[in-house]
Design a protein around this ligand. Structure first.
Ligand code: PEP
Length: 253
């Protein structure tokens, strides 16, 4: 079975004591992960090391950065390299979140470089794609997402691609309370898998986890996650509440 992932994106929220308390609640929650299930916590950069320490290797739980820089090291004031992340025990990095694309003008080409450098250092990229509302209303979301995949992922070999996690996040559903219907999610996840299949072959495409993101909550997670091509979620707002996020983890298939 494909890896199923409940990923939290805490974004720029919580003080350190609040982050520690939230993590402690998750550590103590009655969560029974199966072998193919993972919890990945994308926490603010200043807390990465502390969260890795507090988790202390808890099986199935991993820590992600919300961003990284596209160069190995050097005079890039304020940026974080993938080598730094690996050196503190971070295993994943979110790349291309729509907020990074919109507010920090990250292009598909820059994201391609970030994906490459993450893989080079053994970090798992959680590559985000997804369309704005106008594109959905014009019913051209498949073309939009296909271009994002093509320009940021297809420079990779099959061996590299199989280490990537994809998160489909329609921008109109992020933080808005609007969720894609389970049918809309399944349709575009199946489309993403068909694109990967076309480019890399069906067996590799069948291995890649494709997460859904956009107002996932305890009340809609199970229905979304039970779709054939939905392999879990990338969760913003609802991941800041331990009880809510625990229920989302428990909804993994
Ligand atoms: C996100 O930030 O990736 C996200 C999906 O946010 P929310 O769950 O709050 O819509």
């Amino acid at each position: 079975m494909r890896t199923q992932i409940a990923a939290a994106n805490w974004k720029m929220n919580l003080t350190l004591p609040q982050a520690e308390a939230l993590l402690q609640q998750l550590i103590e929650a009655p969560i029974q992960l199966h072998e193919h299930q993972q919890v990945v916590l994308a926490v603010p950069a200043p807390y990465l090391h502390r969260m890795v320490q507090l988790l202390n290797g808890k099986p199935g739980f991993q820590v992600a950065a919300q961003n990284c820089y596209a160069q190995k090291s050097g005079a890039f004031t304020g940026e974080t390299s993938v080598e730094m992340l690996v050196s503190i025990g971070v295993t994943h990095v979110v790349i291309g979140h729509s907020e990074r694309r919109e507010y920090f003008l990250e292009s598909n080409q820059l994201l391609a470089q970030k994906v490459s450098i993450a893989l080079e250092y053994g970090l798992t990229p959680i590559f985000c794609c997804g369309e704005p509302l106008a594109i959905r209303e014009a019913n051209t979301q498949n073309e939009w997402v296909a271009k994002q995949l093509q320009e940021s992922l297809y420079h990779m070999s099959a061996d590299q691609l199989k280490k990537v996690v994809i998160a489909y996040e329609p921008i109109w559903a992020i933080g808005t309370g609007k969720t894609a219907s389970s049918e809309q999610a399944q349709d575009i996840h199946a489309f993403i898998r068909s694109q990967l299949s076309h480019q890399y072959g069906a067996s590799l495409a069948a291995e890649i986890p494709v997460l859904y993101g956009g107002s996932v909550k305890a009340s809609n997670a199970a229905e979304l996650f039970h779709q054939t091509d939905v392999d879990g979620g990338l969760v913003g707002g609802a991941s800041l509440q331990a009880v809510e996020f625990t229920a989302i983890i428990q909804a993994l298939k």
